[in-house]
Ligand binder design. Structure first.
Ligand SMILES: [Zn+2]
Length: 592
């Protein structure tokens, strides 16, 4: 009889980075369970190809091999390796990068119920674990690659970014987000560039919780001698301030250690950002990584509140102590929920001009669709209140856009997530459906284009702009009644290129005199259409090109930052902003 086919490939990874140790003082490792696939030497899989070429030394490293066992699962060459030797083994570096990229891809696919595409059109992302001698790492759409650098640490040891869980997951998230929302790298609002950075950090932080055994190991440091013997943790060890300070909520510990002035700091610990609604307007927070920290702080503070609430419900096992396993399980389950919610939110974001408030509304809307009862974690409540603490209020659910392009609760005039709102549903729009067919509407960009063409008035498109449907994707989740919730997510964008005098004539927007008459100013708009299983429009999340106030805000911001007018070829990768950070010697902690 043939043995049952293996359901997973188990591969060893370093859980955070070589600076984070387990209870016995060894490098903390974990095994990730990946869907089985044939892995060629490299490792090369069907979505990820590790190419271990070092451009700084012109060296090509040998590719590790992955024979399979009798059940068809690949053998992990490092299953029994001494953890202290992994950090210096280039073959392990290749596996670590491959496994973490695949684990992140798999996590997105699980949340969205479909295959994910990279942003560059090909199936396989190239991952270069020793790309160059530089304290940097980035995703490059042009190279279809993650390029991970290395540098010499202060004690002469080499620090490899490919061994940092947080760096690899952060860069993979850039690549995945680029595949989902290709216009998010257009020059736009300060929030949009920051969103790429902040969201990538959120995914990195929440992903650590899913690695088997890691939460327990990291929390175990707080157990004390008495607790450690019985796997108990004192209540005081998991109070919110202690959690925020733990390795779980810091990003890139080893890089932080090596790059910071004082030893012992994570590269970023956004959850400790002071709570203030004013950061959004402070000049310091215009830089994308720094501004992204506001988003991370808002999300991770909500996470800490939820986890703490869950622990309050746990009974103390003995005087002042909680069961370590239960505490870790609560953290893992809450992180899993929040990560799913955070990824699903992407389907409900507008395709252009994303602002943090749009993301909050998207997260709330996406969650409400599948879990109307939120009594267990109350993430919607906690996220709204945490975002509000940082000056961010939910916006869209936008069915009928206001002149500002946002759906506004008429009672309070504050933008509100759809849960609280009383605006018109899509069904009250006079949309024409009988010129399109519901089946091709679920997969065909031309059919969706016909739909928006026939309904351009109700959908408030700008008639003289170039329009393009960027994507049509299925979304399958389990609804509150246990049945499959099928939706189709389509995004289109519009672009208009105007000379300064045309812009002034059209909208009375006066641009600085240093602009040339023949400079072209690109203006973007667009919408996300969520169709239900019958091909009826359920949500329309629209950022109108004709929103003069927002366009003016965007132009003022881009001109002040020197991003407009565009002269010379546009770069389409993240090396530029990441490298700029690398030369910002005044703030070494934020190089990456
Ligand atoms: Zn980044």
């Amino acid at each position: 009889m043939r043995p049952a086919a293996s359901r997973y490939n188990h591969l060893t990874v370093i859980a955070q980075d070589p600076a984070v140790l387990d209870r016995k003082g060894r490098v903390l490792t974990a095994k990730v369970a990946l869907p089985p696939e044939y892995i060629a030497p490299g490792p090369w899989g069907y979505r990820v190809q590790v190419i271990d070429y070092d451009a700084s030394t012109d060296r090509l490293y040998p590719a590790p091999e992955y024979p399979t066992d009798d059940n068809g699962a690949v053998r992990d060459p490092f299953a029994d390796a001494d953890p202290s030797r992994l950090a210096d083994d280039p073959s392990f570096h290749a596996q670590n990068a491959y496994a973490l990229v695949m684990n992140t891809l798999t996590r997105f696919e699980k949340a969205l119920g479909r295959r994910m595409s990279w942003g560059f059109g090909n199936h396989q992302l190239k991952v270069v674990p020793h790309a160059f001698a530089d304290a940097n790492a980035f995703y490059s759409r042009n190279d279809e690659a993650l390029l991970l650098g290395y540098f010499e640490g202060r004690d002469g040891r080499t620090v490899y970014t490919c061994l940092s869980h947080d760096v690899v997951v952060h860069e993979t998230t850039h690549a995945l987000l680029d595949g989902l929302r290709e216009r998010f790298i257009d020059p736009s609002s300060p929030d949009q560039a920051a969103f790429h950075e902040g969201f990538a950090d959120v995914v990195a932080l929440l992903s650590v919780f899913s690695l088997p055994g890691v939460v327990e190991e990291i929390l175990a440091r707080k157990c004390g001698e008495q607790g450690a013997q019985q796997n108990l943790i004192p209540v005081s060890g998991v109070d919110p301030e202690n959690l925020k300070q733990s390795a779980l909520l810091g990003l890139a510990e080893q890089m932080g250690d090596e790059l910071a002035e004082a030893r012992g700091g994570a590269l970023r610990r956004s959850v400790k950002l002071s709570v203030s609604p004013d950061h959004l307007d402070e000049p310091e927070f215009l830089e994308p990584h720094r501004r992204g920290e506001i988003l991370v702080a808002a999300v991770m503070n909500a996470f800490v509140r939820v986890w703490s609430d869950r622990m309050n419900d746990l009974r103390t096992v003995s005087d002042g102590y909680l069961d370590l396993q239960r505490v870790a399980e609560e953290g893992r389950d809450a992180a899993d929920y929040l990560l799913t919610m955070s990824i699903r939110a992407l389907d409900y974001t507008p395709p252009v001009h994303l602002e943090f408030c749009d993301y909050l509304s998207a997260a709330v809307t996406a969650d409400l669709e599948v879990r109307p009862d939120e009594s267990r974690y109350r993430f919607r409540k906690h996220l709204r209140s945490s975002f509000r603490d940082f000056g961010i209020d939910g916006a869209q659910g936008a069915v009928v856009p206001t002149p500002e392009g946002k759906a506004v609760d008429p009672a309070t005039t504050a933008v509100q997530p759809p849960e609280d709102a009383a605006w018109l549903p899509c069904s009250t729009l006079a949309l024409v459906y009988d010129r399109t067919h519901s089946d091709p509407l679920t997969r065909d960009v031309d059919e969706v284009f016909r739909f928006i063409w026939e309904n351009n008035g109700d959908l408030r498109l700008t008639p003289d702009a170039f329009s393009q449907v960027l994507s049509v994707r299925p979304s399958l989740r389990v609804g509150p009644d246990g049945f499959a919730l099928r939706e189709t997510v389509a995004e289109f964008y519009q672009v208009l290129r105007l000379h300064p005098d045309e812009l002034e004539a059209r909208w009375k927007i006066a641009l600085p005199p240093e602009l040339d008459d023949d400079d072209e100013i690109p203006l973007y708009g667009g919408g996300t259409l969520i169709f239900d299983e019958y091909g009826r429009l359920k949500f329309y999340i629209h950022n109108s090109l004709d929103n003069v106030a927002r366009q003016k805000r965007r132009l003022d911001h881009l001109i002040a930052r020197g991003a407009l007018p565009e002269r010379g070829p546009r770069t389409r990768d993240f090396s530029r902003i990441h490298r700029l950070r690398a030369f910002d010697a005044g703030e070494p902690r934020e190089e990456w």
